[in-house]
Design a protein. Structure first.
Length: 458
């Protein structure tokens, strides 16, 4: 696929890194020559320096035969105009734009082929907000990913001493849960190495376990792997920007919420918009202030300012002062692994929260949802099985007869409204939503081919 990425910022670089390894033809446009030079040195891609919304710049980047334009510059206006030009002059089939301003997002009627021809709008701030909301909804989870409209969830947890299943074989999980709360363990990571989950595999304390289940069964499965955690009640958010405001607005009627903002003007604006949130004009790394606000009784401290260092420092301080769980928004991918291995419980990467939405549009075959896992090393994919036994490699076959690439496994199916946890003899039917876990994303082309409908496979 020929893809033009507009903007070499954090999101643009992250997407380019993810897609270039999948034999895509990538060109990146940006005004910053240093960023482009760095990308060329690290990745096998083409670059064009210039303003992304200028027709001649798009033409030099090869827009005339591009399959997809991904506009992720820091300017909503540049992104929208670039998509308009790509459609009008070059008839680019798929146009994706990052639009951050709520003033635009509040008017969805603007975005159609008669006005602004954008096929998909992404708002990283909203995606991050939704991601954090799912984590708060499931105490103890490291990641929570939705499939099939939220009917199925893939959850990552760290198995702790005291969990009922720790020290026991995987096959005992469903014996404990019973048929009504059936689940499947899709992957296990032990000291950052993947362990293939089999019936006799024993779960150790500190394993990172990915399991899949119907949404309503998630709490029951989590209780098997770790000590039950009390629901969260007291939340503190550091940062009154788009993410902090959205989180507070979503949660202030169900939790005791405080929001800390260093900028006086912004703190006053936020206080006017929120109704049940205590807004504090203060520095979130002020130890005395945190103690005054009873940080030791806080269930979640979540730092979501636009400054990585400030987020890391304030979250580490909050943890040292007694906060039950701390999260930090971190834009630099290199920081994520480094930080999460220390005092910070969850490092949130906007790039990882965004990349899955973009990959859904890039994947071939009938792929409807993609989630990037383990900092991009693995993927969870939702694909629809189409065709019949003569035109599909999966329809009408039990899972044990399907030739999955190495490191891939089918975890669950959604058939109409029913969630079916996959077993070796489960037969896939046409129109089933099939949820797969792929440990090695370099095999994604094999999955795409598997779910493509051909003339015949006899």
């Amino acid at each position: 696929m020929k893809i033009i990425i507009l903007g070499a910022g954090q999101v643009g670089r992250s997407v380019a890194s993810n897609l270039v390894s999948e034999r895509n033809d990538i060109t990146v446009i940006d005004t910053n020559s240093e960023l482009l030079r760095d990308l060329r040195d690290r990745l096998d891609i083409a670059t064009v320096q210039g303003l992304a919304s200028h027709p001649d710049v798009l033409r030099r980047a090869g827009a005339e035969d591009a399959d997809l334009i991904l506009a992720v510059t820091n300017s909503d206006e540049v992104n929208m105009v670039a998509c308009q030009i790509a459609y009008t002059l070059f008839r680019t089939p798929t146009k994706i734009a990052r639009v951050r301003s709520q003033d635009y997002l509040s008017y969805p009627e603007l975005f159609n082929n008669q006005a602004l021809p954008i096929d998909l709008m992404i708002s990283p701030e909203q995606l991050v907000t939704d991601y954090i909301l799912r984590l708060i909804q499931h105490p103890g989870a490291l990641q929570v990913m939705d499939f099939a409209g939220g009917r199925v969830r893939l959850v990552a947890v760290k198995a702790y001493y005291g969990g009922l299943l720790v020290g026991h074989q995987i096959k005992e999980l469903n014996e404990h849960l019973g048929e009504k709360a059936e689940a499947r363990i899709a992957a296990i990571y032990r000291r950052d190495r993947s362990i293939k989950p089999e019936a006799r595999t024993v779960i150790d304390a500190e394993d990172e376990v990915f399991f899949i289940a119907a949404a309503e069964n998630i709490p029951a499965v989590m209780s098997e792997l770790r000590r039950a955690e009390k629901p969260f009640k007291r939340l503190i958010f550091a940062g009154g920007g788009n993410i902090g405001r959205r989180l507070a607005a979503s949660l202030e009627n169900r939790y005791r919420v405080k929001l800390i903002e260093k900028n006086k003007k912004i703190s006053m604006e936020v206080a006017e918009r929120l109704h049940n949130t205590i807004v504090l004009h203060a520095d979130s790394s002020d130890e005395e202030m945190l103690l005054e606000e009873s940080i030791e009784d806080t269930d979640i401290f979540c730092a979501v300012t636009n400054d990585d260092e400030a987020n890391v420092l304030s979250a580490m301080l909050a943890k040292r002062l007694g906060a039950r769980k701390v999260m930090a928004l971190i834009n630099r991918p290199a920081y994520v692994d480094l930080v999460q291995s220390g005092d910070i419980d969850i490092a949130i990467s906007p790039q990882q929260a965004t990349i899955g939405t973009l990959l859904t549009y890039v994947r071939k075959g009938d792929v409807v949802s993609v989630h990037s896992l383990r900092r991009g090393a693995a993927e969870a994919i939702e694909a629809i099985a189409r065709g019949d036994e003569t035109t599909s490699q999966v329809v009408g076959k039990p899972i044990e007869k399907i030739r999955l690439p190495e490191g891939a496994s089918i975890a669950a199916l959604v058939r109409n409204e029913d969630v079916i946890i996959a077993h070796h003899d489960t037969v896939i039917e046409s129109n089933d939503h099939v949820i797969l876990f792929l440990m090695d994303k370099s095999r994604i082309a094999d999955i795409e081919k598997l779910f493509s409908v051909g003339i015949t496979f006899l």
